[in-house]
Design a protein around this ligand. Structure first.
Ligand code: LLP
Length: 437
């Protein structure tokens, strides 16, 4: 793919050497709202959702896309996806709370936690949220919560660990025998027969094998294993499934030389195989579910940041920016690549190689290593791409730096959807004991 086209599919293009995002001048946004700032395109979120939904609809109508809220839980983003018809996957009671606050109906939410407490279960059951269990031992506790609250036990699901995982980094691979998630093949019959004994009437199953998968073939072994387990389960226990959930994991091209995930191939590896066994087996008519986070939100956002210091130490050239791993953790945490480009592309003739570093007092605070860029100057603005998933949600006020604001662009207008934190927020919720006053 040509570089300009790669940028264009992320809503980016240069007009008279000035970077525009979602048709808006990035320098004007940076000057109006200050930096660092997360800037999000509503249209990009909507178009990614529609593309994926059309793909599923073209093959099997009874499907739903549960957006993985952990990728980006901003209320406005949840509202955008809700208005498109998306459902939601939550990993904590906090995420359920924020979905309900966005006005999302409880029946659109699946709660895929891990290491659940009884308080987690109580919160979910009180609010009529479907729980996706992570261990057989949790079943008894969940059943008791239903009984204590006098609620009918309806649907329950287990996360199955199909042992074949994939992902962009070892931390994001979530299947395999030594991995903490889900139940293994030889526990599945026991889990669902116990669920029947405890009085649950309807059943679902779930896998999520990892995050940041750009080669659709990486799903193949896990899907084959999952579907074999499902057939065994339905043959042995005569279970008709309400849904089969295939998790998230769909990657995006962070690097200009990367092609996007081949969605047609993904469809044939995941959805067509599912459809085959539904047509052959006696599973009933389960809903096909996926839970993408990154695919829907990553490319919808950039961070605008400003260079404060150009430092040549005689050995290396550093461009010091006001975005560190407090604002974007992924490069430090996983060594992840985020493409970085100038907002003003004036000096095309001369390029230099920079380490793009943040202001945090740790040497690991490098947002981009050895980047070849047009010669940069102090006060220039840069855009850090693909920050809409696991960007803001993983940010922190480390080094006592308040978190930045978020701006939404919609039809040529900007909306502040989150205020930047202030110094007062740093001291909020703290109490000084009397003897220290
Ligand atoms: N479903 C479950 C149960 C998950 O645990 C996750 C992500 C997803 C769906 C969505 O995965 P996605 O479609 O976004 O790949 N912080 C890491 C990613 C961690 C993902 C955790 N689970 C990163 O920045 O790459």
């Amino acid at each position: 793919m040509k570089y300009v086209d790669w940028l264009k599919q992320k809503g980016l293009e240069y007009r008279d050497s000035v970077l525009h995002f979602a048709n808006m001048n990035t320098i004007e946004i940076a000057e109006k709202f200050g930096t660092p700032i997360y800037v999000i395109s509503e249209e990009l979120i909507r178009s990614r959702y529609k593309k994926l939904k059309d793909l599923l609809d073209s093959e099997y109508k009874n499907n739903s896309i549960h957006y993985a809220v952990k990728a980006n839980s901003n209320l406005s983003i949840l509202k955008i996806l809700d208005s498109e018809g998306a459902c939601f996957d939550c990993t904590s009671t906090g995420e359920i709370y924020i979905c309900l606050k966005a006005g999302i109906s409880p029946n659109k939410i699946i709660y895929t936690g891990n290491m659940f407490t009884n308080d987690d279960f109580k919160f979910a059951v009180e609010k009529n949220i479907l729980v996706n269990l992570d261990s057989i031992s949790q079943l008894k506790r969940l059943a008791k919560i239903y009984e204590d609250l006098g609620k009918e036990k309806e649907t329950v699901s287990f996360r199955i660990n199909p042992e074949f995982g994939a992902g962009h980094h070892s931390h994001t691979i979530t299947a395999g025998k030594t991995i903490k998630f889900g139940i293994l093949d030889d526990q599945v019959i026991e889990a669902y027969s116990k669920a029947k004994e405890f009085g649950f009437k309807k059943f679902g199953t779930h896998i999520h094998i990892g995050s940041g998968i750009i080669n659709a073939h990486d799903f193949e072994k896990a899907i084959d294993k999952y579907l074999t387990i499902i057939m065994k389960l339905s043959d042995t226990l005569d279970i008709a499934f309400e849904f089969l959930d295939f998790g998230g994991g769909l990657g995006i091209p962070y690097r200009p030389e990367e092609d996007p995930l081949d969605l047609e191939l993904y469809k044939s590896i995941v959805l067509k195989k599912f459809k085959n066994i539904v047509e052959k087996g006696n599973l009933g008519e389960p809903k096909f579910i996926i839970e993408p986070g990154r695919y829907l939100s990553a490319e919808s956002s950039i961070i605008l940041t400003q260079i404060n210091t150009i430092k040549d130490n005689g050995f290396k050239l550093f461009a010091g920016i006001n975005t560190g791993f407090n604002t974007l953790l992924r490069p430090t945490m996983y060594g992840s690549y985020h493409h970085i480009i100038p907002c003003n592309n004036r000096s095309k003739e001369k390029t230099l190689t920079y380490d793009i570093v943040g202001p945090i007092c740790e040497s690991g605070d490098t947002i981009g290593k050895e980047r070849e860029l047009p010669e940069l100057e102090e006060e220039d603005y840069l855009a850090i791409l693909d920050t809409g998933a696991y960007g803001f949600t993983m940010s922190s006020p480390y080094n006592s730096r308040p978190r930045p604001a978020e701006i939404l662009i919609y039809k040529g207008q900007t909306f502040k959807i989150r205020e930047a934190e202030t110094f007062e927020d740093l001291a909020k919720n703290q109490e000084i004991p009397d003897h220290l006053k």
